[in-house]
Write a protein that binds this ligand. Structure first.
Ligand SMILES: Cc1cc2nc3c(=O)[nH]c(=O)nc-3n(C[C@H](O)[C@H](O)[C@H](O)COP(=O)(O)OP(=O)(O)OC[C@H]3O[C@@H](n4cnc5c(N)ncnc54)[C@H](O)[C@@H]3O)c2cc1C
Length: 505
């Protein structure tokens, strides 16, 4: 992917695009890939970096959702399990099988969760990735040796998929790019263009690097901006009633010593009725998540002190070594769009956990869902674009479309002693993956910021030097990049008392 070439392609185009997608998260990337693979001309615009929003802040699971099973939402679980199976086939380099253990302390828990996981197995049908089974107390402790053993009666073992969200997003975009999609980061859709009939037929976007404003025509526009969907809808119709409210979920990252095995721990019922995961990820332990109502959409949401305490306390109830704030290597928050309670019955046209709306202007908005179901969401959105934009009827083939693995550069000098990432990875990220800033490299092309905020800050200067050499930037740019990155990274760190005090509550 080459940003300069893509900008040139956009400037040089006089024909309308078949599809313009706003938003470079899982949903938008899925739409771009689906549309390009059907042979449509497609442009994708992301206001910041690809994956800056929720799509880099997930629990990293490709799953049916055990929680939805408990809620009795069978059709959603079945659909997500099907998507899980397709992803394991189409992207085996990125999505891997992960074993989970549900520890059982109560008298009937083992039978209850054992039966639940059997239903989960059955719902995956021919795309099953391994049978669940009951574990004795001793077997449970073999799988999770650092589990609290007082009162433990046994456990249930089951399997789900795991991935690196922001990295997989780049794979999706690279695959879309290979199929002819034009994708641009740091390009914000600033206004929609309506024709005389008040139908949206294009938009203007701003290149954040130069301030240039560029207008494009399009037969259809898909709004895949997650928690920002309402603001884009209101560009075409300022009177459009908001569809969304927001909740956020946080994760903390700990050293692997708290669970030094390959298996993950699934805590089936927290005090707020959710599930909590402790999952091995890139040599660390990822623990989360929460569900906290939030007033406004935010591109860099901050974890609340109460959420951090909740995650620490809940994990501490199950792990023999109780983690404390001092053990947190990184903390990050992500936001979910939730449909307002009066909206679902009024306008929602789909009930598969995601929602598709077409405004009076013809603007298509796709929101909700899960990372796991991005492909299905994209298929629905592009089907709608065909209808709204009068495009040729071509079926989606993404169910059987392999996703390109990234090119692995030769590894040379490490960026930081605690991480495998190298200088070559940075160069590759700039040359082939459209990384433009220190944050792009340390947060999303590599995951250092999410894994260890202190190590990320320590790597910032080196990364700035490498990017500057690639993009021909001066010393002033390097200094500004390091400063900006340190500012962002502060909210991922807990070991500075000042930051704790600043954390929103
Ligand atoms: C805490 C948490 C954990 C989760 N864990 C899982 C999980 O383990 N598995 C799973 O399957 N799902 C999970 N999910 C759900 C999943 O992460 C989301 O469904 C998915 O990432 C949403 O992707 P999206 O593209 O719709 O939104 P986003 O990723 O938020 O992307 C929207 C993009 O639009 C951009 N944008 C906004 N306005 C404009 C504009 N004007 N111009 C251009 N671009 C714009 C934003 O910058 C943003 O990058 C989780 C969600 C949360 C909150």
């Amino acid at each position: 992917m080459n940003r300069d070439q893509n900008l040139k392609a956009v400037r040089g185009r006089t024909d309308p695009w078949d599809v313009v997608v706003i938003g470079g998260g899982a949903t938008g990337a899925g739409c771009a890939l689906d549309a390009a693979s059907r042979g449509f001309s497609v442009l994708l615009l992301e206001q910041h970096d690809f994956g800056k929003g929720t799509s880099s802040r997930s629990t990293k699971l490709i799953h049916g959702g055990v929680r939805y099973l408990r809620q009795g939402n069978i059709s959603l679980v079945r659909e997500a399990l099907r998507e899980r199976g397709l992803l394991l086939k189409n992207a085996p380099h990125a999505v891997t099988k992960q074993a989970f253990v549900v520890p059982c302390y109560g008298r009937f828990e083992k039978a209850f969760y054992g039966l639940g996981m059997k239903i989960y197995d059955r719902l995956s049908g021919s795309l099953s990735i391994g049978d669940s089974r009951l574990l004795t107390r001793e077997e449970t402790l073999e799988h999770l040796p650092t589990l609290k053993f007082e009162g433990l009666r046994g456990g249930v073992l089951y399997h789900d998929g795991q991935f690196d969200d922001a990295r997989f997003l780049i794979d999706l975009l690279c695959t879309a790019d290979l199929l002819g999609a034009v994708v641009l980061n740091y390009c914000k859709a600033a206004s929609l263009i309506n024709n005389r009939d008040r139908r949206v037929n294009g938009l203007e976007f701003v290149d954040a690097e130069t301030g240039e404003r560029i207008a494009v025509n399009s037969r259809s526009v898909i709004n895949a901006t997650g928690v920002f969907s309402d603001s884009v809808r209101q560009m075409s119709d300022p009177q459009a009633k908001p569809l969304l409210t927001f909740s956020q979920g946080i994760h903390i990252v700990l050293d692997r010593r708290f669970l030094p095995v390959g298996d993950a721990l699934m805590i089936p019922k927290t005090s707020d009725g959710r599930v909590l995961f402790c999952i091995p990820w890139h040599g660390r332990l990822l623990v989360g998540t929460t569900d906290t109502l939030i007033d406004a959409a935010d591109l860099e949401p901050a974890a609340l002190a109460s959420e951090i305490d909740f995650v620490l306390d809940t994990a501490g109830n199950y792990l023999a070594g109780k983690p404390t704030r001092a053990d947190i290597l990184s903390v990050f928050a992500g936001m979910r769009p939730l449909l307002r309670s009066n909206v679902r019955t009024r306008t929602s046209s789909l009930s598969r956990g995601h929602d598709l709306f077409v405004d009076r202007s013809g603007l298509i908005t796709i929101t909700g869902g899960k990372w796991t179901t991005y492909r299905r969401m994209a298929e629905d959105a592009v089907d709608k674009a065909i209808q709204v934009g009068g495009l040729k009827k071509i079926e989606s083939g993404t169910g059987f479309l392999p996703i390109q693995p990234p090119e692995k550069p030769n590894h040379d000098i490490k960026l930081h002693p605690n991480f495998p990432y190298t200088r070559e990875d940075v160069i590759n990220a700039v040359r082939n993956e459209m990384a433009r800033t220190v944050e792009d490299v340390l947060a999303r092309r590599t995951r250092v910021l999410f894994l260890d905020a202190k190590a990320a800050i320590e790597s910032a200067r080196t990364v700035a030097e490498i990017i500057a050499a690639e993009l021909r930037r001066d010393d002033g740019w390097k200094n500004e990049q390091v400063r900006d990155f340190e500012q962002v990274a502060k909210s991922y760190q807990l070991d500075q008392p000042a930051n704790n005090a600043n954390r929103r509550e």
